[in-house]
Design a protein around this ligand. Structure first.
Ligand SMILES: [Zn+2]
Length: 341
């Protein structure tokens, strides 16, 4: 598979006439064709919110802490979930009080009000993913008219999260997310022509090695060639086609382990917030490789400048880190041998 990028060398001049050499690298996403730009901008210190302070201030009125759960949180209709809510280990699935799709759930991942990113254990993530899988299969049994789901995680306020208590958002309905639909439609249409573009991407990245960070079970860890987000995008891609609701528990266990590794890497790079999204068909097991994408989020002080600008309107991202640099840091920290098993 070809990985396409264009580097522009640009010369400007300062007030005294001295040349200023700079550059921008335009990269094309090998799956979607979307453009990302790696830009040469000096990194300013981004401000990290005081999450310990926020935890102390918000814990008392948190609707997701065990002593309050059920007081302010709703239950599902018996037709879709006779139990009203689901529990597995410490994870609890409840309805989202403010739905944005036909079935909208929140998965509370921990009894702790605040779990720092470097303290996540695979077991907590595993229970959360398994309860998501159970819910999706319950919906599939009862509603023939749902076609897509979306699983996402906003961690801490700079990622867009309004409640610090760790929770995943899961929605099921008629329409896929825009990016999910693009990824899956391209994979499907190329497979009709006899190609598997995701398999080609994995083979290419594995052989190049610059962005490749090893495997956990069937999950390949790599940094996106054309990242979304301001800093980096790490992807966990299943080596085979499949769909999340049908994944074997051992595959989900490996995914949880890989996610926990990646969560611990986010603070290692100096961030304390992140977004996570899972892309997978709801029903069709033969058209797409399930994948997870994780990207850190931050604001730049002293006025809390957002890390997303007009990029949200043009649907394009300007990235401050070279993905190869971040991947090397990831490999230095954990090493490919430790990741692989
Ligand atoms: Zn709480």
């Amino acid at each position: 598979m070809e990985l396409t990028s264009y580097k522009e060398e640009i010369v400007l001049y300062d007030a005294g006439g001295t040349p200023i050499n700079t550059w921008v690298e335009v990269r094309i996403d090998p799956l979607t064709g979307d453009v990302s730009r790696v830009i040469n901008v000096p990194l300013r210190d981004w401000s990290l919110p005081d999450l310990e302070k926020m935890a102390r201030e918000t814990r008392e009125n948190c609707p997701f802490c065990p002593e309050h759960l059920g007081e302010k949180t709703p239950r599902f209709d018996g037709g879709i979930l006779p139990e009203g809510i689901l529990r597995r280990g410490k994870a609890v699935l409840i309805p989202n009080r403010f739905p944005y799709d036909r079935y909208c759930a929140l998965i509370i991942l921990s009894e702790s009000h605040f779990v720092p990113l470097d303290a996540w254990e695979a077991r907590e993530v595993f229970d959360g993913l398994m309860i998501a899988q159970t819910f999706l299969n319950r919906v599939l049994e009862r509603d023939d008219a749902v076609n897509a789901f979306s699983l996402n995680w906003n961690y801490a306020p700079h990622s867009g999260s309004s409640i610090l208590h760790p929770h995943i958002q899961l929605s099921v309905g008629a329409f896929a997310s825009n990016r999910g639909r693009r990824l899956m439609e391209i994979s499907y249409s190329e497979r009709l022509k006899g190609r598997d573009p995701v398999e080609e991407l994995l083979a290419e990245e594995r052989s190049r090695g610059q962005r490749w960070c090893g495997t956990v079970g069937p999950w390949c860890i790599l940094f996106a060639f054309a990242p979304r987000g301001r800093f980096f995008e790490v992807q966990l891609i299943h080596e085979s086609v499949g769909c999340f609701p049908e994944l074997a528990a051992e595959d989900v266990e490996s995914l949880a382990s890989a996610i926990a590794h990646c969560l611990r890497f986010v603070p290692h790079m100096g961030f304390s917030s992140m977004n996570l999204s899972l892309f997978s068909p709801l029903r069709e097991p033969n058209s797409f490789h399930p994948m997870v994408s994780i990207s850190p989020r931050a604001c730049v002080g002293p006025y809390q400048m957002s890390d997303i600008s007009f990029q949200m309107l043009i649907d394009e991202f300007f990235c401050l880190f070279l993905p190869e640099f971040v991947a090397a840091r990831f490999r230095d920290e954990w090493g490919e041998e430790e990741i692989s098993r």
